[in-house]
Structure formats: C-alpha cells, structure tokens
Design a protein around this ligand. Structure first.
Ligand code: NAD
Ligand code: UD1
Length: 336
C-alpha cells in the first residue's frame, strides 16, 4: 500500500499542487483543511487530476484532538504542513490572528505528530524570514530579519521545529523557504483562487487580462533595479511541488532539520513579468505607475544551489510557462 502523506492546507493553492504531485509520485495524500481560504470544490477536480479519490478531513490544524483522530485513522508516514495565513497586510492588521493560526497551528500539529509517532515533516516557510537581504542571491545562511508579522510567524515556527529536532534526534524536518510561487497545474483544473482581492502580482495580472480589473498598479518605478521596478524570483508552483516530493524522499533517509530555498536563482522585474503575461494572453495589459508599497524591497532572488544539491531537483519551468499556465487557469476558473 502506498504511503499516506498528510497535507495540511491541501485544498489551498500550493497544497493542492503538492497533493497532485504526491499522487503522481505514487503516494496517497490525505488533506486536512478548514477552507478559510479555499473551497471544497477544489477536491473533486484534484481527485480527477490525481487519478485517485483524495480524502479530505475538514478540521482546523489548531484542533489537536481532530488531528490526533486523523493520525489514529490512517497510517500516516509524513506530513507536509501548508496550512496557514499568508497575507502580509492582513498580518500587520491582525497580528494575534496570525500568531494564533500560524504558530498555534504548528504547535498543535507537532504535538499530535509526536503523540502518533510520526516524525517526518516538511514545512511551508517563506523567503519572508530573510526580510531585506544584504545581497543577492540569498543563501540559507543569510541573516534572518523578518520585517512583517507574517514573516515573524514563519521564523518562529522554524525555530520551534529546530528546537523540536534538537530535543529528539528521530525527527526529520525540512524548512522550505519559498520565493514567489506562481503559475498553475498544466491541466488548468487547479490554481490560485484567493477568497478576496488577490495580493500577489501574477493573479492580479490575470484579473486585468480577464478584464476583471481595469489596470495593474506598478508599485514604484524608482527602485535601484535595471528598469526601476521591483525584482523577484518567480518559481512555478509545479516545480515547487516537486521540491516537496523530493524533500520527503530526502528525509526518509536523513534525520535532523534542514532549511532550503525554493526559487529559480533568476530575478524578473514587474515590467518583465507584465511583458511575459502579455505574450501569454495575447492582450495588452494596462498599467500605471503608483507609489512604492510599504514594506516592499527592491530586489531579491534565491540561491537555489543547496536545494538542488540536496534534493536533486531544479526548477525548470520558465516565466513564460508560469504566465501561460496562470492564464489558462484564469480562463478555466469557475468558482468566482
Ligand atoms: P492558501 O491560502 O491558498 O492555502 C492555505 C490553506 O490552508 C487554505 O486552503 C486554507 O483554507 C488552509 N488553512 C489556513 N489556516 C488553517 C487552519 N488553521 N486549519 C486548517 N486549514 C487552514 O495559501 P498558499 O499560497 O497555498 O500557501 C500555503 C503555505 O505556503 C502557507 O503556509 C503560506 O504561508 C506559505 N507560503 C506561500 C507563499 C505564496 O506566495 N503563496 C509564499 C511563501 C510561503
Ligand atoms: C509578498 C510578501 C511576501 C510573501 C509573498 C507571497 C510583501 C512585502 N511580501 O511578496 O512576504 O511571502 O508575497 O505571499 O508583501 N507588485 C506591483 N503591483 C501589484 C502587486 C505587486 O507592482 O499590484 C509588485 C511588488 O511591488 C513586487 C512584485 O510585484 O515588486 C511582487 O509582489 P507580490 O506578488 O505581492 O510578492 P512579494 O511582495 O515579493
């Protein structure tokens, strides 16, 4: 029987792509989600592309008793912990909510895992743990100076997991620091479907291209970058998902805790991304320059070499594939 892998937040954007990739790799993913930022309607679509019935338990990860029932009911080999709140602006406005959900959720999960004797964990961390980097590309040994509530919740969970691994050498934990995930599954059956107004550039561009939004506001054209707009490392969500499958395999034979960047090593500016999206959708994307967004930084991109060496995977889908898949998903989306 295939190993069962619990994916918390598995109905969400990144989690659903990880579920699809786990199924493709021969695992049996099981989802726990409370649908606070996703919809149960993703599950039948996910089951279809996974070519297996994806089981889903509706529960909050802070509910340790509910998690313990999931562990008791299924022979779970490992956990991928994606459940969490991810909006930087919402985190600044509601810090207690973010600490409770992100840190409280991780504590309840670790306790439930320890009680069930399941000690292999992949955690969805973020490049937000670095804050403003001193230099690019950003390596895992760069200073950790998160500048937002959201980033601090991610770093606190990393510290919790480092301490858990130090307390008991049988834990195997990967802290995967995502740069800017974007794009969608090639089937266009799943993708990013935020409950409210999107925060991130690619779903906003898709909304403009689909004429759901009049224009894109480019936050600043006076950054110290080649064209004056912000530079980020956009990684295709399927390359990101493949990194999780590889991390689970790596942890099967390696105890301890490891932090790994998941990015491409290449930065693109906002204007370059707009041009790529225009190529993908065949339409002009109206844009206007707006003031810098508070909390933004000029440029950051990953040094992905440690992840490539340790996991043996490299992000190979480029910016055109990201935009083409995001656009196909935008056209196919029915749940809005
Ligand atoms: P998402 O909001 O689409 O997915 C998160 C999922 O977790 C949702 O389905 C939501 O309903 C669920 N969830 C949230 N709190 C929960 C709780 N307490 N109990 C049960 N389920 C809960 O977000 P995403 O983009 O898929 O992000 C997944 C993870 O990756 C998050 O932890 C996020 O912080 C991290 N991350 C995301 C990005 C990004 O750009 N998307 C970047 C870096 C890190
Ligand atoms: C943001 C978060 C980061 C989080 C990530 C994924 C901030 C400061 N950082 O990253 O912590 O991990 O999302 O959720 O919020 N842009 C525009 N116009 C827009 C939207 C964005 O010009 O309408 C620009 C931004 O200024 C930036 C780039 O596009 O230069 C990417 O922005 P975004 O997709 O929001 O990601 P980050 O800011 O990198």
């Amino acid at each position: 029987m295939a190993d069962a892998i619990l994916v918390t937040g598995g109905a969400g954007y990144i989690g659903s792509h990880i579920v699809a990739e786990l199924a493709r790799a021969g695992y049996r993913p099981i989802v726990v989600d409370n649908f606070c930022n996703s919809s149960p309607s993703a599950l039948p679509r996910l089951s279809r592309i996974a070519a297996q019935e994806i089981r889903c338990v509706t529960a909050d990860v802070r509910d340790q008793a509910a998690l313990s029932r999931v562990f008791a009911g299924h022979a779970i080999a490992a956990v991928v912990h994606c459940a969490g709140l991810k909006s930087v602006s919402e985190g600044e406005a509601q810090p207690a909510l973010y600490y409770d959900n992100n840190v409280g959720g991780a504590i309840a999960l670790v306790d439930a895992m320890a009680a069930a004797g399941v000690k292999r964990l992949v955690f969805s961390s973020s490049a937000a743990v670095y804050g403003q980097p001193d230099r690019n590309p950003v390596t895992e040994s760069a200073p950790l100076r998160p500048q937002s509530v959201y980033g601090r919740t991610k770093r606190i969970v990393e510290q919790l997991l480092e301490d858990v691994a130090a307390s008991d050498r049988s834990w195997r934990i990967a802290l995967l620091r995502y740069f800017n995930p974007a794009g969608a599954h090639a089937s266009a059956a799943i993708g990013e479907a935020p409950s409210g107004i999107p925060n991130n550039l690619v779903p906003l561009l898709a909304d403009v291209a689909a004429e759901r939004r009049a224009e894109i506001a480019v936050y600043g054209n006076d950054w110290p970058t080649p064209d004056g707009t912000g530079v980020r490392d956009y990684i295709h969500v399927m390359d990101l998902a493949a990194g999780h499958v590889a991390a689970l395999a790596y942890l099967a034979s390696t105890p301890g805790v490891i932090a790994l960047n998941l990015g491409t090593g290449r930065g693109y500016s906002v204007l370059e991304l707009i041009a790529a999206f225009e190529r993908a959708c065949g339409r002009a994307i109206p844009r206007r320059f707006a003031p810098r967004r508070p909390g933004d930084v000029a440029a950051y991109y990953a040094d992905p070499s440690r992840a490539e060496a340790v996991l043996g995977v490299r992000a190979h889908r480029d910016i055109d594939a990201i935009c083409a898949d995001a656009w196909r998903w935008r056209l196919n989306r029915v749940d809005d």
